[in-house]
Design a protein around this ligand. Structure first.
Ligand code: NAD
Ligand code: ZN
Length: 381
């Protein structure tokens, strides 16, 4: 089968690989129908995630048709069309029982890392991902969710990550009615976080980036204010001036490690390369939020990144909340929001790329070319 193949930093290609097999009675094999490239894949692509092994297939946002099931799979049958949350979760460990599906212990027992994630290096379990014609889906009774009749596959694939992540970013912000929310990063995740902030009662939503076409897209799609950080001067001064002089009630970091320029440390403590510098968006979020406010982080950082200016956090009395999205927990309400038109995630998909052209897809998305917001790979049918 055709699959994306990681060869080293900024080098990916299409490859012929063996078909995935059922390795455990709870596995299913899925024929992929849509598979997105995510900002999270860029951390891998740039070589910033420890233990990303050559030969890995990326891809944690996909839909597909079930073509084979293990003997203990009871919730799926062959022919089902499913959307598959990016978290791989067992459904029975202490964390899954708390609906912390992004922190499943069984799918990835490493204590300092996230739970299992498809196609996201050996720090999240070493699973292959869905940027391929077929993929093995472990714990198939837990994650895969049948796509309702009539739901557009482009909407369905956005429910595997971008929608729940944007929604959880707003949710973790604890937004109160009338709050001013500042979102850093106008990628798909930040734009979705801005959109979802209104659902929690925000009174004002401001998004910050430097890419003009993304700011324009955010203005239209999320009906928010959008500013270019290269044009507004000192961002903390801007935040004060534009609010009641106290700062934003809630700040959301939807950028993550991209802004740091830092390479991450491996969770074993081995230093890969750490440049001087700070997590710009995270520091801005902490500087722009008012005293007593909440900073919600969904931007991805490395397991041992150590970038929080803790004195500032302490002195301002800020609450920081952060996690990988718990997709399965949020799916019921978000599927409803999509079905009744409250959310229209497929509008974020600007590019449809044949799987065979995956290398070009990465190059375009990484360099923010051709006004790309969200690219989806389409395997040959
Ligand atoms: P993306 O690369 O498309 O967008 C990131 C945006 O941030 C870009 O538009 C970039 O110009 C902007 N940016 C860079 N530095 C900035 C700064 N200092 N201030 C403001 N904007 C800045 O990525 P995406 O797909 O939108 O993902 C965003 C982040 O969310 C990534 O770190 C990704 O790994 C993470 N993510 C987390 C989860 C989760 O569950 N927590 C899920 C999906 C994605
Ligand atoms: Zn993703």
């Amino acid at each position: 089968m055709l699959a994306m193949d990681y060869r080293g930093p900024k080098r990916v290609r299409i490859e012929n690989k063996p078909m995935p097999e059922i390795l455990h009675p709870e596995d299913a094999i899925v024929r992929v129908t849509r598979s997105c490239i995510c900002g999270s894949d860029l951390h891998l692509y740039n070589g910033n995630v420890p233990d990303t092994r050559v030969g890995t297939t990326f891809g944690h946002e996909f839909t597909g048709e079930v073509v084979e099931i293990g003997s203990e799979v009871t919730k799926l049958k062959i022919g089902d069309n499913v959307l598959v949350p990016f978290n791989i979760a067992c459904g029975r460990c202490a964390f899954c029982k708390q609906e912390l599906y992004g922190n499943c212990h069984e799918a990835n027992p490493q204590a300092t890392a996230a739970g299992g994630i498809f196609g996201y290096s050996h720090t999240t379990g070493g699973y292959h991902g869905g940027q391929a014609e077929y993929v093995r889906v472990p714990y198939a009774n837990v994650g895969p969710t049948i796509i309702p009749e009539g739901m557009d596959l482009d909407d369905a694939v956005m429910l595997t990550d971008v929608v729940p992540t944007g929604y959880q970013a707003a949710e973790m912000g604890g937004i109160q009615k009338g709050d001013t929310v500042m979102v850093f990063g106008a990628g798909p995740v930040g734009i979705m976080a801005a959109k979802c902030s209104w659902l929690f009662g925000a009174g004002r939503v401001i998004i910050i980036d430097k890419i003009e076409y993304r700011l324009e897209f955010a203005r239209n799609y999320a009906q928010c204010e959008a500013y270019n950080y290269e044009e507004i001067g000192d961002i903390a001064v801007f935040a004060k001036k534009t609010t009641d002089s106290l700062g934003a009630d809630v700040c959301i970091d939807a950028v993550g490690a991209e802004a740091t320029g830092n390479l991450m440390q491996s969770i074993t403590g081995r230093k890969l390369l750490l440049q001087a510098g700070s997590a710009t968006a995270l520091h801005w979020a902490i500087n722009c939020v008012k005293k007593g406010g909440i900073v919600s982080i969904v931007g991805v950082y490395g397991p041992t990144d150590n970038l929080v200016p803790i004195g500032n956090v302490l002195n301002k009395g800020i609450t920081i909340r952060a996690n990988q999205a718990s997709v399965k927990r949020l799916l019921p309400r978000l599927m409803e929001h999509v079905q009744n038109g409250i959310l229209d995630p497929k509008a974020l998909i600007t590019h449809r790329i044949p799987l065979e052209e995956v290398a070009e897809g990465y190059r375009m998305f990484a360099n923010k070319l051709d006004e790309c917001i969200k690219p989806v790979l389409i395997p040959p049918s």
